[in-house]
Design a protein around this ligand. Sequence first.
Ligand SMILES: [Zn+2]
Length: 175
Amino acid sequence: MTDLEIEWRSFQPHYSSRELLEIFPEAESYLRDRLMRYNRYLKSVARIVKKQLKHIARYKGFQKYFWEEIIRMEDGDLLNLCQKEIERIQNFFRKEIPGQITDADIQRAREYPLKQLLGTTKDKVLCPHHKEKNPSCFLKNNFGYCFSCGYTFDSIKYLQDRENIGFVEAVKRLM
Ligand SMILES: [Zn+2]
């Protein structure tokens, strides 16, 4: 990866399933329909497997094992696939658990304009971490570094230190 590609990737938005559905609310009926179809499919495959297992119940020993393996190979994978797809779709409808933060929340908090937090439009400011008369703190790409004391910060870290609060609290205030 080139430096430019790394930078481009770091600025790509990271959306959770729930947020994607907020962006595309018109996709809800599509997802509900898909979920219904997969649930129906899962039920019918499960019914077939049940029938087959009942059918081979009279077998014993290796013969029984052999047919169980056949069923597992033929329909077991299908059941797993169905289950996975159902879980994936359900994620779109999952309600946010209050008090918990997601990766997307952290990403959004991190993107909160650092200069706005610092109340400046400059790229070189007085260090918020130590007393000084001449600025030695540089800001770029929403990231700050003080060449005098080594203080390193983004929006989350800066708010944590300024307000003396924890990581989760800082994320919640910035998202
Ligand atoms: Zn400093």
